[in-house]
Write a protein that binds this ligand. Structure first.
Ligand code: BGC
Length: 849
């Protein structure tokens, strides 16, 4: 076999970096600080309003606007979603945001990305950017991890501050969301995240705290869920005591879209703006409440003042938000998108140094898999951005290789809808539509040739008309062997599928994974009765079901192309329909993908797998059969170019895992607690006026894993995940030496630590030096180690950098539950330095007196 390695490395990336800085200093219009003049103006405006007008101002309008008040010269202001691009108002630049941003571990890039988004917002007349999302990745299956950052509060807090500063420096309000403990999509309107105060303070709140106290974010969004039995939008502890009290938040606290459940309770507990419209904080509810003394008028005034004061500080009433200096589409944006993808792609396995490949030596390359084309830029839901010109893995690699290399492409697996359409049922499928939610009453009966009404998740209102649908079909196996049964519904629907009366699949409401699948063993000629009970939430039907013979699942051309090629790239993982808002995702890969990798790896030993997704997934079936594995997160519109540059050594990979990668979902420390006390819920419920089911039993999700999230669990138990937090390979090697830290110092003072990082290999590259603190003599139980500092260093071959970091008092503190405050137990601490949570070759002891 040919030698596919490349010995040259990093190319024009540094050039792009150098080009960007002048572009981003030009048109910044940062908000003015609060001042007596602004305060007086805001007060005067509010003084002119009637109570009814004030109440009108604290509810949104037209789904993405604040309310205008012409009487005081206040226009309405525009919002846009933002996690991976300014996406609400047409095509945009789709960046590697969220977890991909965290995988860069690059605070300077976080600022650049924030500035880029700010400019994109100005070019679209947007005043409020509805991001960043800073929730903790508590479980790998949580559907919106890709929009958030990491499993670590320090990393989140450190990345989010420059990001917010970047956005707001452009005269656009950033919104830290979703406050708080919105760490799963399953049952998100009804779940109560039940956590003790220490767990909240140490794990789930610090990123919000930093956003407010250091990033000076001017808006915060309350989440859908409850926290300790009280909805976030009416949670006194979160909103009044902590956010507005302790952290001194002066900006606007808005609700998530339809996350308000009680107007008076929300008004009295800190919510300033109900989005997207005033369903609860409205005149009907609040005028009598003020009259009756249940809500003080000064409470309403405070909300209006916060809105107006913030808008005045940004100059929204004095200047157009559209800035002609900014571009709707720009090459500079594309460079930021490419930079994010290049910096975040994480190399996890590179056996025998297969990578980097030498483009001069590859004559035929096969690019295979559902994620190879079209480009998978981001996950699904309200963040999904339509990119102007997304580059897929297929086109990115082909572009890099040029016309002389043969590129063979195959999806490798059938499309799900084709399985639904092409399944040969034995006779017709009987369809019974019941006039009830529970399959009772006299159904309307019909017949179909197949069950193929699945459509991707859409934001449909709930259907008030009771309805449930039963499909009954027979399937006759032509040949003996395993058959894959797939069933898919909208994430908000529920279903159960049985084979010969035995339940084999189910989806509970708001769990949603697209699709569910299972294998059934059949003998030749065997007929099996398949019955599916489907409970839709919205009007219409969004359900599909089909069966495919497993030995024929992987296409023949994929196997043939793999055997012909010098090297194969298999692009698999998740995409917008399978990972997104409103439902969680599976830990197992989407159907058929394990079999695809196995078939390709069997045909070609030079098989490189690229994984797309917001975090870890199950790779156990094939990981030891492939030499190279790359995690691409959701790489944004330039992902394909970045993958190509990494594979062929034009860019040395530098991403580091911002989340631990578990082997199995059950290994993840939150797994035993994830579904809470009441578990799933498959029945339909009374529909409320806001289109949400009202009578769900609240599921109490006890955060029994407490502080032991991600690597805190792994390092404390001494067990090992598949790939640890902080890990990521490079084409060069780095070494750490010469750790210096004071032997003794006063408790509460900052501790300066320094050490050397050397590029000990032969190509330029970037390393993330990570500093963990361990507190073995603490009175309270503490995680074995916690990240408290890091620095990304770019080094030429042979170069050494002396890194100096200052660890503040918080780096040594824990939350004292009895005293309700941060505390340091004097005594010995350990400082651990290395390149992942599990590899810390440097160690020093510091005694705090
Ligand atoms: C999401 C928010 C988003 C809002 C507006 C909600 O469904 O949870 O993150 O900002 O929609 O699109």
């Amino acid at each position: 076999m040919k030698n596919l390695q490349n010995t040259t490395s990093v190319s024009f990336f540094a050039l792009i970096l150098a080009c960007l800085s002048p572009i981003f200093s030009a048109h910044a219009q940062a908000p003015a600080p609060d001042s007596p003049a602004i305060e007086a103006k805001a007060q005067a405006m509010v003084a002119k309003l009637t109570l009814a007008q004030k109440v009108e101002l604290i509810g949104g309008i037209d789904s993405m606007y604040t309310h205008a008040m012409p009487a005081i010269g206040l226009p309405r202001f525009k919002m846009s979603d933002a996690s991976v691009g300014v996406r609400t108002w047409g095509p945009t630049t789709a960046y590697a945001g969220g977890v991909a941003l965290a995988a860069t571990w690059d605070t300077e890039f976080a600022r650049t990305l924030g500035e880029g988004l700010g400019k994109d917002a100005r070019a679209r007349n947007v005043n409020f950017l509805l991001g960043p999302g800073v929730n903790i990745a508590r479980s790998p299956i949580a559907g919106r991890n890709f929009e958030y950052l990491s499993e670590d509060p320090y990393l989140n807090a450190t990345i989010v501050v420059p990001f917010i500063q970047g956005v707001q420096s452009q005269g656009v309000i950033a919104t830290a969301k979703h406050y708080a403990l919105n760490d799963q999509e399953f049952n998100r309107h009804n779940a109560s995240s039940d956590a003790d105060e220490r767990t909240m303070r140490e794990i789930y709140l610090p990123a919000f705290e930093a956003a407010v106290t250091k990033g000076h974010v001017d808006a915060v969004m309350n989440s859908y869920n409850q926290v300790n039995g009280v909805h976030a939008t009416e949670n006194e502890f979160l909103n009044l005591k902590v956010l507005k009290g302790e952290w001194g938040f002066k900006g606007v606290l808005m609700s998530d879209w339809d996350a308000t459940y009680d107007g008076v309770a929300a008004a009295n507990n800190g919510l300033d703006l109900e989005m997207p419209s005033p369903k609860f904080m409205n005149a009907k509810n609040l005028l009598p409440a003020v009259q009756a003394g249940q809500v003080k008028e000064s409470t309403i005034d405070d909300k209006v003042l916060r809105l107006i004061r913030t808008e005045l500080r940004y100059g929204f009433t004095d200047r157009p938000q559209f800035d002609p200096a900014d571009s709707t589409y720009s090459v500079a944006d594309r460079a930021i998108a490419l930079r994010g993808a290049l910096e975040s792609i994480t190399l996890l396995k590179n056996e025998g140094h297969l990578l980097p490949l030498d483009s001069g030596k590859v004559k035929t390359i096969a690019i295979i898999g559902p994620d190879a084309w079209p480009a998978v830029t981001g996950g699904g839901g309200s963040s999904a951005a339509t990119a102007f010109e997304p580059v897929s893995t297929l086109t990115g690699i082909a572009n890099l290789l040029g016309p002389d290399v043969h590129v063979l492409y195959s999806r490798g697996l059938p499309e799900m809808v084709d399985v639904f359409r092409q399944t040969q049922w034995n006779g017709d499928v009987k369809v019974e539509i019941y006039p009830s939610r529970d399959f009772t009453g006299t159904p309307e009966t019909g017949a179909r040739r197949n069950v193929s009404d699945w459509k991707p998740n859409q934001w449909e209102p709930a259907d008030p008309t009771p309805r449930s649908i039963r499909y009954t079909a027979a399937f006759k196996a032509g040949r003996a062997g395993k058959y894959l049964l797939l069933a898919a519904a909208s994430g908000e629907d529920a279903f159960k599928v049985s084979a010969d009366g035995k339940q084999i699949l189910d989806q509970v409401r708001a769990e949603g994974q697209v699709p569910k699948y299972t294998s059934i063993d059949l003998t030749a000629g065997q007929t099996v009765k398949i019955e599916a009970d489907y409970a839709p939430l919205a009007a219409g039907t969004r359900f599909g079901m089909g069966i495919v013979y497993e030995p024929e699942l992987v296409s023949a051309d994929a196997k043939q192309f793999a055997s012909l090629a010098d090297v194969v790239v298999v692009a698999i993982g998740f995409n917008a329909p399978t990972e997104g808002e409103g439902h969680d995702r599976t830990f197992t890969l989407p159907w058929g993908q394990d079999a695809l990798v196995e078939a390709v790896a069997a045909a070609n030993p030079h098989t490189i797998v690229t994984l797309t997704g917001g975090g870890g997934m199950d790779t156990r079936r094939w990981l030891d059969k492939v030499p190279a594995l790359l995690h691409t997160w959701y790489p944004g519109q330039e992902g394909g170019t970045a993958v190509a540059e990494v594979l062929f050594g034009k860019h040395n990979p530098e991403g580091k895992l911002p989340v631990s990668f578990d082997r199995a979902w059950e290994d993840s420390p939150s797994a035993p607690y994830y579904y809470g006390v009441t578990g799933g819920d498959t029945t339909l419920h009374t529909i409320g006026e806001n289109g949400k089911p009202l009578d769900y039993t609240i599921a109490h999700i006890r955060y029994g894993d407490r502080l032991m999230v991600g690597y805190r669990y792994w390092t404390t138990t001494g067990k090992h995940p598949l790939f640890p937090f902080g890990f990521g390979l490079s084409y060069t090697t780095f070494s750490f030496a010469n750790l210096q830290a004071p032997a003794t110092t006063a408790s509460g003072s900052a501790v300066t630590v320094s050490f050397d990082v050397t590029n000990s290999g032969s190509v330029a590259g970037a390393e993330v030096a990570q500093v963990y603190v361990s507190d073995p003599s603490a009175k309270a139980i503490r995680p074995e180690r916690e990240l408290k500092g890091f620095e990304k260093v770019r080094l030429a071959p042979g170069e050494t950098r002396h890194v100096t970091l200052s660890l503040d008092a918080r780096a040594f503190s824990y939350w004292d539950e009895a005293g309700h405050k941060w505390t340091i137990d004097p005594g010995k601490f350990e400082i651990l330095v290395g390149d992942s949570s599990e590899n810390t070759p440097l160690r020093a002891e510091v005694t705090l007196n």
